[in-house]
Design a protein around this ligand. Structure first.
Ligand code: ADP
Ligand code: ZN
Length: 713
C-alpha cells in the first residue's frame, strides 16, 4: 500500500485515498476478483489505475465507448502515465505500434473495446503479455436488463476461463437494483470481493420546482451562474432547439444536441462543450453518456425524467470534481400525462408498460413529496439515510402547512358538480371564475362552485390539487381523458368534514415576500471570496489557453477543484504548487510555470492596488531584488528591516527560485554548515548552530545554508 500512496501522489497529485479505494486496491493486490459499485465521480478509475501502475505487467481495461476511452487515456498521459487505447477508430499502424509498446513493456494501461477484446487476433496478442489485471469498466453493459446493454460484453466471460489467475475487476455506477443483480450473475466471477459505496452525492444541491414559467426561471438561474458549464435536459428534439434558440437570443451561449443531428454536428457540439467553448447544452438524454467532463457545474431537467434511475444518472454528470454543483428539476403534471400517453401508445407487453408507469409514478412522487430529496432518492435505491441532508430545497425551505379543508372542499365540490367530467386545468378555471369558451359552452359558469376560489392563483391551485391527488382525495382516469374523480377519502372530506392539511405554495405568494426572498438571495461577496473569484477567473482563462495549445480539454489540464485550491493557497513556487491536490509531477513540469507566473502577477498587481494579499511580501522583495535594487534600498523602500529582506530572499530560494548565493556565502562554507545540520532538528535554532561553530559563521550564512538544505532538489 505504501507504493500505492506514492503513485497516487506522484501521478495524480492526491495525498490520500478516498473511502474504499484503498480496500479495493488491496483486494487486487491479494489477487481477488473485485466488484466496485460506486456513484459517478466516486473515484472508480483510481481503483484500477493504481494497481496498474504498481503491479508488474500490463492492465487491460475494457471500456464501451470510444469517447470515454480517449478521454481517460488523454487524462492519464497528461499525468505522465504510459497508457494507450485500441478500438475501431485506431488505424492499423497505431494498433501495431501500441501492441509493440505493450510487448516491450512500455505501457502500463491499455484500454480496449469489447469488440476488439474478443477477436482472435487480439487474444493471440494478449498471450504474449504479462497481464496484471483485467478491469471491466461500465460493467452493467453486460446486463440485458440495463439501458446500456452491449451484447459483446457477455463474451467477456471467456477471459476468466483463459486467465484464471489474473484478477478481474468490474466497475459500474449503476444504482438500478435489477441491473446490478443481473450483472453479478452474468459476470460469473469466483467469490468476488464486492464493494458498494454510498450513492449519495453530497456536493450536488437537489432542487425541484414547479414547472410554471420555466424559461424565466432558467434565465434567472443562468444569470446567477455565469461562465459555468451545464446541461439542460429536455424531453423532445424540438424543445431542445427552441430552448437553445431562446437562450441564445437572451445572450446566453448555448447549443442543442439530440439523436437526430448528423453525427459530425453531434461530435462538434460535444467537443465544444468538453473544451469549454460552449458552456451550456440543451439536450435530450442522448447527451452525456461517455462524457467524463469533471467541471459540469449544473444539470437542469426542463421536463420530469421518466424514472428515478434516469434522473439520478443524469444529475450525476454534475460535480464529478466534488465541488458544489446544482441539480434543478422542473416538473409539471403535464409531463406525467405526456409520458403516460407515450407509454400506453407504445408497442410492448402490458407488464413492461405497467413497470414503466410505476416507475414514472415514483418519479412524480419524488418531485411532489415535501420530504428531503436526498432521503427520498436514496431510499429508492435501498440506501438508508436517516438525517435530513440540508442541501436540498425541502431542507432549506421546509414546507409550511395550513388548514386546507375548505380549499379542498371547494375543489372536490367543483369536480362533483361537473359530474367528474373535467381535467385539472378546467377545474382551476372553474374555481377561479374564468370566462373561457369551454366553460361558457358547458355552462360551468352556472354551477354553484364557479368562481369560489379566486383567492388563490392558478399555480397555487395546481399545487393544492396535486397534493390532493397524492394524498388520495382524488384520482385521475388515465384511460378517460385524464378526468378527475373523487375517491371515497375525498368524499369523507367533502361530506363529513374530514380535515386536510395542505402545504403552502413553494414560491412566495405576494410581492412583499418575493422581494424579501430576492434580497436574501443576493449574498454580499466577502473580500477574501472576491479575491478568490477574481483569481479563479484568470486561471480559468489561462487553463483554457493552455488546453487549446496542448489539444486536451481544460479539465484535463487541472480540475476546477485544483484551480479552486490554487486560488485559496496562492502557490508562488513549485514546492507550494505540488502541495495542491491534483498537481502531480508531470503536470507541475508541464503547466506549473505558467500557473505560478499568473498567480504572481495577480498578487503583485493587487499589491500595487493597495490590496494586502498574503504571500505577497516575499514576492515584492524578490521582484525588487531581481530588478537590481540593493538590499538596503529594498529595506528603505519597503519599510522593513534588512534582516527581514534577507529572510524574504531566503524564503524564495527555499521555494525553488534560482538565486546566486555568492554575495553571501561561499560554496565551501555552504557545504560545511549544511553538513552539520544533521546534528540538529527542524525547526533549526540558529543560535545553536552559531555556537556549534564557535561563532565562526554569521547568522546570515547559517540562514542561507538552512535555506539551501530545505530547498527541493
Ligand atoms: P468515476 O469513474 O467513479 O466517475 P473518477 O475516477 O472520474 O470517478 O473520479 C472523479 C474525480 O475524483 C476525478 O477528478 C478524480 O481525479 C478525483 N479523485 C479520485 N480519487 C481521488 C482521491 N483519492 N483524492 C482526490 N481526488 C480523487
Ligand atoms: Zn434534504
Amino acid at each position: 500500500m505504501e507504493n500505492a500512496l506514492i503513485a497516487l501522489k506522484k501521478y495524480f497529485g492526491y495525498d490520500s485515498f478516498r473511502p474504499m479505494q484503498s480496500e479495493i486496491i488491496q483486494s487486487v493486490y491479494d489477487g481477488k476478483d473485485t466488484i466496485v459499485l460506486m456513484p459517478t465521480g466516486g473515484g472508480k478509475s483510481i481503483c484500477f489505475q493504481i494497481p496498474a501502475l504498481t503491479l508488474p505487467g500490463l492492465t487491460v481495461v475494457i471500456s464501451p465507448l470510444i469517447a470515454l476511452m480517449k478521454d481517460q487515456v488523454e487524462g492519464l498521459v497528461a499525468n505522465g502515465v504510459p497508457a494507450a487505447f485500441i478500438n475501431s477508430s485506431s488505424d492499423s499502424r497505431t494498433v501495431t505500434k501500441t501492441e509493440d509498446d505493450a510487448v516491450d513493456g512500455l505501457l502500463k494501461i491499455l484500454y480496449v473495446s469489447p469488440e476488439k477484446m474478443v477477436t482472435q487476433s487480439f487474444q493471440t496478442f494478449l498471450k504474449r503479455l504479462k497481464i496484471s489485471l483485467f478491469a471491466i469498466d461500465e460493467a452493467h453493459c453486460i446486463s440485458a436488463w440495463g439501458h446500456d446493454f452491449r451484447p459483446e460484453y457477455t463474451q467477456l466471460k471467456i477471459l476468466k476461463m483463459q486467465y484464471p489467475n489474473v484478477p478481474m475487476m468490474a466497475l459500474t455506477a449503476t444504482a438500478d437494483k435489477l441491473t446490478r443483480k443481473d450483472m453479478l450473475t452474468q459476470l460469473s466471477m469466483q467469490n468476488p470481493a464486492v464493494f458498494i459505496s454510498s450513492f449519495d452525492r453530497p456536493n450536488i444541491t437537489l432542487t425541484v420546482k414547479p414547472g410554471q414559467k420555466r424559461y424565466e426561471q432558467i434565465y434567472d438561474f443562468l444569470r446567477k451562474h455565469p461562465n459555468q458549464s451545464g446541461i439542460i435536459y429536455c424531453l423532445s428534439r424540438r424543445s431542445c432547439e427552441e430552448l437553445s434558440n431562446k437562450l441564445n437570443e437572451k445572450g446566453f451561449k448555448t447549443e442543442y444536441y439530440h439523436a437526430e443531428l448528423p453525427p459530425p454536428r453531434r461530435s462538434k457540439v460535444q467537443e465544444d462543450f468538453i473544451n469549454d467553448r460552449v458552456p451550456v447544452i440543451c439536450a435530450t438524454i442522448a447527451f452525456g453518456m461517455g462524457i467524463d467532463k469533471s467541471n459540469v457545474r449544473f444539470v437542469i431537467h426542463y421536463n420530469l425524467p421518466r424514472n428515478v434511475e434516469g434522473y439520478y444518472q443524469e444529475i450525476g454528470r454534475a460535480g464529478r470534481d466534488g465541488l458544489p454543483s446544482e441539480a434543478l428539476l422542473f416538473f409539471s403534471y403535464a409531463d406525467v400525462m405526456t409520458y403516460r400517453d407515450m407509454i400506453n401508445d407504445s408497442e410492448g407487453d402490458i407488464v413492461q408498460k405497467e413497470l414503466k408507469i410505476a416507475k414514472l409514478n415514483r418519479m412524480y412522487e419524488f418531485a411532489e413529496a415535501p420530504v428531503c430529496r436526498r432521503k427520498t432518492v436514496l431510499a429508492y435505491f435501498d440506501e438508508a439515510y436517516d438525517q435530513n441532508c440540508g442541501n436540498c430545497d425541502v431542507c432549506k425551505n421546509p414546507p409550511r402547512y395550513f388548514e386546507g379543508t375548505l380549499a379542498a372542499q371547494k375543489a372536490l365540490s367543483a369536480i362533483k358538480r361537473t359530474n367528474e367530467k373535467i381535467g385539472m386545468n378546467m377545474l382551476v378555471n372553474i374555481l377561479r371564475g374564468s370566462r373561457n369558451r369551454e366553460i361558457l359552452d358547458n355552462k360551468y359558469d352556472q354551477i354553484k362552485t364557479y368562481g369560489i376560489g379566486k383567492e388563490y392563483s392558478f399555480d397555487d391551485w395546481l399545487y393544492f390539487i396535486m397534493q390532493m391527488l397524492h394524498t388520495g382525495l382524488i384520482e385521475i382516469a388515465y384511460d378517460d381523458n385524464h378526468r378527475l374523480r373523487v375517491t371515497p377519502v375525498g368524499e369523507d372530506v367533502l361530506f363529513t368534514g374530514k380535515k386536510v392539511q395542505l402545504a403552502m405554495p413553494i414560491t412566495p405568494v405576494n410581492k412583499e415576500e418575493k422581494k424579501k426572498a430576492a434580497i436574501a438571495e443576493v449574498k454580499p461577496v466577502g473580500k477574501v471570496q472576491g479575491l478568490r473569484d477574481e483569481l479563479f477567473e484568470r486561471l480559468r482563462v489561462l487553463r483554457r489557453d493552455i488546453a487549446q495549445q496542448s489539444g486536451i480539454p481544460p479539465y484535463q489540464v487541472f480540475s476546477d477543484a485544483t484551480l479552486s485550491e490554487m486560488c485559496e493557497k496562492r502557490p508562488l513556487a513549485d514546492t507550494d504548487l505540488l502541495m495542491v491536490s491534483g498537481v502531480g509531477e508531470k503536470k507541475l513540469q508541464q503547466f506549473g510555470a505558467a500557473f505560478i507566473a499568473e498567480i504572481r502577477r495577480f498578487v503583485l498587481e493587487k499589491e500595487d492596488d493597495g490590496v494586502k494579499v498574503s504571500g505577497s511580501t516575499f514576492l515584492m522583495t524578490y521582484a525588487l531584488y531581481k530588478k537590481g535594487v540593493t538590499l538596503e534600498q529594498i529595506a528603505v523602500q519597503r519599510n522593513i528591516s534588512p534582516t527581514t529582506v534577507l529572510g524574504h530572499l531566503c524564503n524564495m530560494y527555499e521555494r525553488g527560485e534560482d538565486l546566486d548565493l555568492s554575495p553571501w556565502i561561499s560554496p565551501e562554507e555552504l557545504d560545511i554548515i549544511k553538513g552539520s545540520l544533521s546534528l540538529f532538528e527542524e525547526p533549526y535554532i540558529m543560535k545553536d548552530i552559531f555556537e556549534h561553530f564557535y561563532q565562526k559563521y554569521t547568522f546570515e550564512k547559517i540562514r542561507w545554508a538552512i535555506a539551501d538544505a530545505r530547498r527541493r532538489p
